[in-house]
Design a protein around this ligand. Structure first.
Ligand SMILES: [Zn+2]
Length: 457
């Protein structure tokens, strides 16, 4: 119900009582009460304001293709941060920049001793990125505060809107909040050309005082991040809200296939030990094994190099990559064992040797909190939205926050699943849906619905 319906209803009611002119006064007196009394479950975000602010934020670091290059610590990043800080102040938040360069805007709660509810995302982009990745979570978080202001709502817990620093590069902002940042990470040169240490200084942080950025244990009631999906699952299935169960772990291997290099003109087909043909067969097997296994795992051969690499020489060696991602390390290992077995049989059949060397592991981060997932799901359903439990195939600040706080993540569809591209687009109604789910989830957490603790179920 909006305020005009309320006014009309009151007006008609007063008129029906037969008090004529008194009805106007009657409505005028009751109107503020009626607006303030809007039940939290009926509060809705302003879609148009979200859309306008997303477009305005897209001005900072705008590139000719319609997206942004607003890499962390660049001038565009600094200007974008000024813009969102201004919005936060205008929404009545008291704004600070912590030692890691995170912007935090606080709305005090009625009971200041309570742990804080934190929500937000990031505004830095990849080079030639889009206008929604991260931005939506920040603009929607500010929008939630606008709506609480509009309804004169008093929250019990303190609320903090957060803009994490350098999500796309180092995740230094959320990493510092989790409290165990490796100091060597500060010397890495970011896309801006500055080291992360220099970058943190440029955005108002203090890299020598990062320990001070960490939240105290138990200090966060919950963290919730709204983000575009960046994949096509929701868009393809026509589902409005994704409830993220966790962020996948990533394992990389280098595969070396040794055959025999030989003359491509004089070596008969039957006598060849062609490393490239073995690589091709193995690539197909990898694709089949990963596809046929039930679940959400993904596997990719993304890089391949043949040696000696000439049109007239049978490849004697191929070096290629293998990447597997899933929410379960055990499952990744299980799939890898089957890939290795497939490689052994290809090797025996073709007279090639196939060796796997682990290159890199990003361990599976702690999952999101089942209680927060449940609140997100219930909030979405109460708004009449369809939901799906899903994994995130990309990394997010939420994975760091999940180490120190009950964490939830809300996904909304990316049109055609395109992201990290100027073509990235999320429909305004989907942005508003996500923001409404964020608002309702925060309101539920604020009124204590996170309890009882059923984590681990
Ligand atoms: Zn992002």
């Amino acid at each position: 119900m909006n305020r005009w319906c309320t006014t009309n209803a009151l007006s008609r009611f007063a008129g029906w009582l037969g008090h004529g002119g008194f009805s106007v006064l009657f409505a005028a007196i009751l109107l503020p009460v009626a607006v303030a009394a809007t039940p939290p479950s009926a509060m809705r975000v302003n879609q148009q304001r979200i859309e306008q602010r997303i477009l305005k934020l897209a001005e900072f670091g705008k590139n000719p293709d319609g997206g942004v290059s607003r890499v962390a610590f660049s001038e565009a990043d600094i200007e974008g941060r000024k813009y969102v800080s201004k919005l936060m102040r205008e929404a009545g938040l008291s704004v600070r920049v912590d030692a890691a360069g995170n912007i935090i805007g606080r709305r005090e709660g009625k009971e200041p001793g309570r742990p804080v509810i934190v929500f937000g995302s990031h505004i830095d982009s990849v080079p030639h990125g889009g206008n929604y990745d991260g931005d939506l979570g920040v603009i929607a978080a500010i929008e939630c505060v606008e709506i609480l202001n509009q309804h004169d709502f008093t929250n019990l817990h303190p609320l903090e809107v957060i803009v994490f620093s350098d999500e796309e590069g180092s995740m230094v902002g959320s990493w510092a909040l989790a409290g165990d940042l490796n100091p060597r990470a500060l010397e890495v040169v970011s896309h801006s050309g500055k080291t992360i240490r220099e970058g943190i200084r440029a955005i108002g942080g203090d890299p020598d005082e990062l320990a001070g950025a960490a939240y105290e244990k138990g200090g966060i009631a919950a963290f919730v991040e709204l983000h575009i999906e960046q994949g096509s699952v929701l868009f393809d299935e026509g589902i409005q809200i994704g409830v993220v169960e966790g962020i996948v772990g990533i394992h990389w291997w280098e595969i070396t296939i040794d055959g025999s290099a030989n003359h491509a003109g004089t070596t008969p087909m039957k006598k060849r030990r062609d490393a490239m043909v073995a690589a091709a067969r193995l690539t197909l097997d990898i694709n089949e094994i990963v596809t046929q296994t039930p679940g959400q795992q993904v596997g990719t051969v993304g890089r391949i190099r043949a040696e000696p690499g000439a049109p007239n020489v049978i490849p004697g060696r191929v070096v290629m990559s293998l990447e597997l991602r899933d929410l379960s390390t055990e499952k990744i290992e299980n799939i890898f064992d089957r890939i290795e077995a497939a490689a052994r049989s290809i090797g025996e059949e073709m007279g090639t040797e196939i060796a796997f060397e682990p290159l890199y592991v990003s361990a599976v981060p702690p999952p999101t909190d089942e209680r927060v997932r449940r609140l997100i799901d219930e909030s979405a359903r109460s708004l009449g939205l369809t939901t799906k439990r899903m994994a995130s195939g990309a990394g997010h600040d939420a994975q760091e926050m999940a180490r120190i706080a009950p964490t939830g993540m809300i996904f909304v569809p990316s049109v055609d699943g395109i992201s990290h591209s100027p073509k990235e687009f999320t429909r305004p109604e989907d942005m508003a849906n996500g923001a409404n789910v964020l608002l309702q989830t925060i309101l539920r957490i604020d009124r204590g619905e996170l309890e009882p603790d059923i984590s681990g179920i």
